[in-house]
Design a protein around this ligand. Structure first.
Ligand SMILES: C[S@@+](CC[C@H](N)C(=O)[O-])C[C@H]1O[C@@H](n2cnc3c(N)ncnc32)[C@H](O)[C@@H]1O
Length: 255
């Protein structure tokens, strides 16, 4: 279970950009009238509402391991509860499960997938999306700064890849006998404003850094990181910054 704390309002910054993969993922789920739909790692619940809109006859539930996120989702009227996805299992009525931008925080997720698929009812749908940008400068530069003598004792950031490549998800899910649909997309996000990539990752990848440092140390870390991000993602003459954003998708239909 991740120990990172989450800030719903910071995460909702870039809401439009961040939600695009959710729509693309959902478009490949063909369930017609599911009984129960579950949003695993629902965050602030702003996307869970789309599940209820798509399947108005379904019981839509959600869970998240962050108390702040669960509170935020409940304020939106989502039936969210505090739980770790690692402890979750489908029931005989779980016809659709969506988990969007969550499993990268769950290092054991590749052992969970076949267990979940095995417990789904026949015809159930499992849909996941994870970032494929661990090696991108936005993340590599965070690790680079964290490894410097000034920070390395305080920061023990994950060095190994938590996320697999698309073919590994394809193999894993197909080995359960499910029909599988796997793809990847690199969105070219056009961001604006000062230090937009720093702002973007402060809502996600920088959470463990913020948790490990005091406010002054975190500000200093950001001051160190910002010029490196500016060099990796230069601002264009019109003030915009292109930010490639690779995502990995997998949908399985249980047979
Ligand atoms: C990047 S947000 C994604 C939120 C939402 N699914 C979305 O697409 O906007 C990641 C969420 O995963 C949750 N999370 C991380 N590890 C988790 C775990 N082990 N169990 C449940 N939720 C977890 C975090 O609390 C956070 O709300």
């Amino acid at each position: 279970m991740t120990t990172a704390t989450w800030d719903p309002s910071l995460y909702l910054d870039f809401h439009d950009h961040r939600s695009r993969p959710f729509h693309d993922l959902l478009a490949r789920v063909g369930a017609v009238s599911p009984r129960t739909v579950v949003d695993l790692g629902c965050g602030p619940g702003h996307l869970t509402g789309l599940l209820a809109a798509r399947w108005p006859g379904a019981t839509v539930t959600a869970l998240d391991s962050s108390a702040e996120m669960v509170a935020s989702a409940r304020e939106r009227g989502v039936d969210a509860s505090l739980a770790d996805v690692a402890d979750w299992m489908p029931t005989a009525e779980t016809d659709v499960v969506v988990t969007n931008a969550v499993l990268q925080w769950v290092p054991t997720h590749r052992t969970l997938l076949p267990r979940w698929i095995g417990a789904f009812p026949v015809g159930g749908w499992f849909a996941m999306q994870v970032p494929g940008n661990f090696a991108a400068p936005s993340h590599a530069l965070v690790r680079e700064v964290a490894a410097e003598p000034r920070w390395r004792d305080a920061l023990q950031l994950r060095a190994e890849l938590a996320v697999a490549e698309p073919d590994a998800y394809g193999e894993l899910l197909a080995s359960t006998g499910a029909d599988v649909d796997v793809w990847e997309t690199t969105y070219l996000q056009r961001l604006t404003g000062a230090d937009p990539v720093l702002r973007w990752i402060s809502g996600t990848a920088l959470r463990p850094v913020r948790d490990a440092l005091d406010p002054a140390g975190y500000a200093e870390f950001q001051d160190e990181l910002a010029p490196r991000l500016r060099a990796a993602y230069p601002v264009r003459p019109d003030g915009s910054t292109w930010f490639p954003f690779r995502r990995i998708f997998a949908v399985a239909r249980v047979r």
